[in-house]
Design a protein around this ligand. Structure first.
Ligand SMILES: C[S@@+](CC[C@H](N)C(=O)[O-])C[C@H]1O[C@@H](n2cnc3c(N)ncnc32)[C@H](O)[C@@H]1O
Length: 299
């Protein structure tokens, strides 16, 4: 999928398709369309009787996904499935999708490379842009508002909780001293000056702080919890849930939710250990290195 020169290679593509076990005529939900790489894979297997519902709360991503899926459906002609796209958070899934109607549900959490690579979206410390970080650009506080308005204590807590950053207090103090903070570059410099790289640390010193702000601004963990709570009611018996997480906080929620569901007889866990990318994919797509896929079958 390209927009200008941008490309987002979907991760664990084949593995996601295999676990979803897409069958013609079925009804599937892609909760995180992004640039619709996974969604295209599903759409091509559905046939004319099939249905795909896709969510993305980022209006730009939704529009690009729409264009891609329109092209795919045009190519498929009479074999094109029915496609419905929803520009809302996936936590609202139960308002859109009927109970016990879904054969497979996919969620590929986090940000897309389109969001990361666009400096003006303010997600990345590698490209200087306004400190925004909202996926849904229609509402909610920006990262700049959080950084400039939260107390030092609140900043330290959220950087610790959502970034798993041990140097959170030092970083929060430096941010408060450096206010007002308007750009990603400015924030990255403040964090780097407060938190010199730890021994053996291979990531940029601002990585965890940026992750924390992004999760906080987009309420990402609450969204995931809401989705995993709604999923069992929406899936038919024997239907499949496939989730892909990129950091330990996302993966832990998925793991715990599936385990608890298995204990209650809701899920059969299909992935005893999370599925990760093979060497070839990691080489081709560095983003896949931290991806972990988990899947369950509705009992
Ligand atoms: C990792 S990308 C998905 C990539 C996609 N699987 C593909 O093949 O291109 C995640 C996408 O999900 C969207 N997203 C993240 N959290 C969301 C939420 N709670 N509700 C709706 N969309 C969300 C983001 O805006 C982003 O476009």
């Amino acid at each position: 999928m390209t927009k200008g020169n941008q490309r987002h290679a979907q991760v664990l593509s084949q593995e996601a398709m295999d676990f979803l076990r897409v069958r013609a005529g079925g009804m599937y939900v892609d909760c995180t369309l992004g640039l619709a790489g996974h969604a295209e894979g599903i759409a091509r297997l559905l046939g004319a009787q099939g249905r795909l519902i896709g969510f993305d709360r980022d209006p730009e991503a939704l529009e690009l996904a729409r264009q891609r899926l329109d092209r795919v459906c045009e190519e498929l002609g009479s074999q094109a499935p029915q496609v419905t796209l929803v520009g809302e958070a996936f936590s609202s899934i139960a308002e859109v999708v009927q109970p016990a109607s879904v054969d497979g549900l996919l969620a590929d959490f986090g940000v897309s490379s389109l969001q990361l690579d666009e400096a003006r979206r303010g997600f990345s410390f590698q490209a200087d842009g306004p400190l925004d970080m909202r996926m849904d650009t229609r509402s909610g506080p920006t990262a700049a508002q959080v950084v400039n308005e939260a107390s030092e204590r609140e900043l330290a807590d959220l950087i610790y909780e959502y970034g798993e950053e041990r140097r959170s207090r030092r970083i929060a103090r430096a941010i408060v001293r450096g206010r007002p903070v308007a750009t990603t570059g400015q924030l990255a410099r403040i964090v780097a000056s407060a938190a010199s790289p730890m021994k053996q640390e291979r990531i940029h010193p601002a990585t965890r702080t940026f992750q924390a702000l992004r999760i906080y601004v987009n309420r990402e963990l609450d969204e995931i919890r809401a989705l995993l709570e709604a999923a069992p009611k929406l899936l038919k018996p024997s239907a499949r849930l496939v989730v892909i997480g990129f950091h330990s906080l996302e993966d832990r929620i998925a793991k715990d939710s599936l385990r608890e569901g298995a204990r209650q007889g809701i899920w059969e866990i299909l992935t005893r250990k999370p599925v990760t990318a093979g060497e070839e994919e990691m080489e081709r797509n560095p983003r896949s290195r931290s991806a972990k896929l988990r899947a369950g079958e509705r009992q």
